[in-house]
Design a protein around this ligand. Structure first.
Ligand code: GLU
Length: 417
């Protein structure tokens, strides 16, 4: 465990504090928005394949539900902590507000290493989690979804367990489900697609031609891998480097995403991809490219490397990749940051579409999902860009100003403070 890493929840609170000062937020509203409204810590005994029982620890944090039921993913990670989940739940609150969908923010996490667990063990862990958090989730209360190392199959198991607890099918309790079980068309690549739509808009306002421009993608999970493929398909980007937790690869000629995806599927990593040079994650971040997509975990762009970032635009498909110190350095150096809770809001936006479709039991085609997602992301991008320009603040702070204003208004109108 890395102990000298910044605490993500302290970062989330500091970011809010900065916005609250500019907005002259009422002190009670500010204090309420600094903390989760409620959270549950659970211990989960799971029968392992070798006959032993292992007790896992997990969390569900409901940060703020003033604008609607809390919403946010569930992460399986060996380094998960309550403060990481709190930070992610706070960011979900700002994320749903910035794209203006009628939901609050929440997040869940289980400390585990899914790479070392069998499918049966993972299924039992998912079901054990729902038996505990089942009392606080539900389509009117809090709706989980996939995140780091969780999949549509896991969402299906959790929906199934919850439905048995209720005594009837409640598909809308969880999003990111497989299509056969109430999933939405277009949810699979929605996080990256939304980010690429915001990048397209950034290109327009900055006057940067993205066709043929170079890109580097840090992290090759759901967000990063689709970031590469959609960056090429929708904008004509040329991705010269990608990485995952084991390291990175670089080729000045560009990397064929179909081949890289197939290689990763086969070998478990992008490292060793034929014809490419091996680079470290750190080297990837500092490459001389037009677009950098941090698409893995928190705190990768910090005061230690922010002055070495050479990209013109960073597309934050990950949550929390940039620290507040780094934000100021990047802003001063003219790097255009598309901040996480704006940039990666496409996932939760299509999750919201999934909830709507589940409620009506009537399903949209992919084209309609893309069109509605595009409208949401484009509107949110321009609201943030306008705020940044008018107030002369960096983009993350501008996104906070837009989002916190909306949540604070709901809090006030409800008479909470
Ligand atoms: N885990 C994703 C996020 O961080 C998606 C959340 C959702 O779909 O509810 O935005």
């Amino acid at each position: 465990m890395e102990t000298n890493k910044p605490n993500p929840f302290e970062i989330a609170q500091r970011q809010l504090d900065e916005a609250a000062a500019i907005l002259k937020l009422d002190p009670a509203v500010h204090e309420l928005l600094r903390w989760p409204i409620r959270e549950l810590h659970v211990s989960l005994p799971v029968k392992m394949d070798d006959g032993t029982t292992k007790v896992f620890h997990g969390f569900r944090v409901q940060y703020n539900d003033a604008r609607g039921p809390t919403k946010g993913g569930l992460r399986f990670h060996p380094d998960e902590t309550i403060d990481t989940v709190r930070a992610l739940a706070a960011w979900m609150t700002w994320k749903t507000a910035v794209v203006d969908i009628p939901l609050g923010g929440g997040k869940g996490g289980i400390i585990c290493n899914p790479k070392e667990m069998s499918a049966g063990e993972l299924e039992r862990l998912c079901r054990a989690y729902v038996r505990q958090v089942g009392r606080i989730i539900g389509l009117e209360k809090d709706v989980p979804a996939p995140d780091v190392y969780t999949t549509p199959q896991m969402m299906a198991w959790m929906m199934d367990e919850f439905s048995f607890m209720q005594g009837y099918n409640e598909f809308g309790v969880i999003t990111g489900k497989p299509l056969a079980l109430g999933g939405s068309a277009g949810r699979g690549d929605a996080t990256a697609r939304g980010g690429i739509y915001t990048l397209r808009e950034a290109g327009k306002v900055l006057g940067i031609d993205l066709k043929g421009a170079t890109a580097a993608v840090q992290g090759y999970g759901n967000a990063g891998s689709f970031g590469q493929s959609l960056g090429e398909e929708l904008l004509g980007l040329k991705t010269v480097a990608v990485s995952d937790s084991r390291g990175g690869i670089y080729s000045s000629k560009g990397l064929d995403y179909k081949q890289v995806m197939a290689f990763k599927r086969e070998t478990g990593s992008v490292v060793g991809f034929p014809g490419a040079d091996t680079i470290t994650n750190e080297e990837l971040l500092e490459l001389d490219v037009t677009v950098l997509m941090p698409s893995a975990l928190e705190n990768v762009i910090t005061e230690a490397n922010a002055d070495k970032i050479r990209a013109k635009i960073t597309v934050e498909l990950a949550n929390g990749p940039t620290t507040p110190e780094a934000d100021h350095i990047l802003h001063d150096r003219g790097v255009y940051v598309i901040p996480d809770f704006l940039c990666n809001a496409g996932g939760v936006t299509v999750s919201y579409f999934e909830m709507v479709q589940n409620a009506y039991d009537y399903y949209w085609d992919e084209e309609l999902v893309h069109e509605r997602l595009d409208r949401k992301m484009t509107t949110a991008f321009h609201a943030v860009h306008k705020m940044a320009t008018e107030r002369n603040v960096h983009n993350r702070l501008a996104a906070y100003l837009v989002a916190v204003n909306r949540v604070a208004e709901a809090v006030r109108l409800r008479g909470w403070a």
